[in-house]
Design a binder for this molecule. Sequence first.
Ligand code: GDP
Length: 140
Amino acid sequence: MAQQRTFSIIKPDATRRNLTGAINAKIEASGLRIIAQKRIHMTEDQAGSFYAVHKERPFYGELVEFMTSGPVVVQVLEGEDAVAAYRGVMGATNPADADEGTIRKEFAESIEANSVHGSDSLENAEIEIKHFFTEDEIVG
Ligand code: GDP
């Protein structure tokens, strides 16, 4: 397996509960490296375009409202097979279905307020990273 980069967001439900460090500890314990990170407050436009694939879903409006309800931490993670590896560390979308030891099992509040985002493919990871980081913000 090759070294990859993936994109992560620590969502507003987690920053509100002061869980950034606890989530980062789980990421680092898995072997993934946090090679870029910043805390931002997404605008409605940013959140809306980030989740544009879900535009037709009934929860789209609520999701944009949630993602702009407080600060988030956007991150670039690097490691072996990072896209799939981070999806494993995150756990299933719905915390009720997430495996023991995953971030979502341990910290998520609901299917919406599920504490973290992680890219679902290498192609999307590249697009999402470019959306939030310039090359010189990623120092490796
Ligand atoms: P992910 O890749 O595991 O984050 O899941 P998806 O790409 O399917 O969904 C994106 C995000 O939309 C999820 O992480 C949740 O925050 C939210 N979401 C997904 N399904 C639902 C739902 O049924 N209801 C609500 N309110 N939010 C949802």
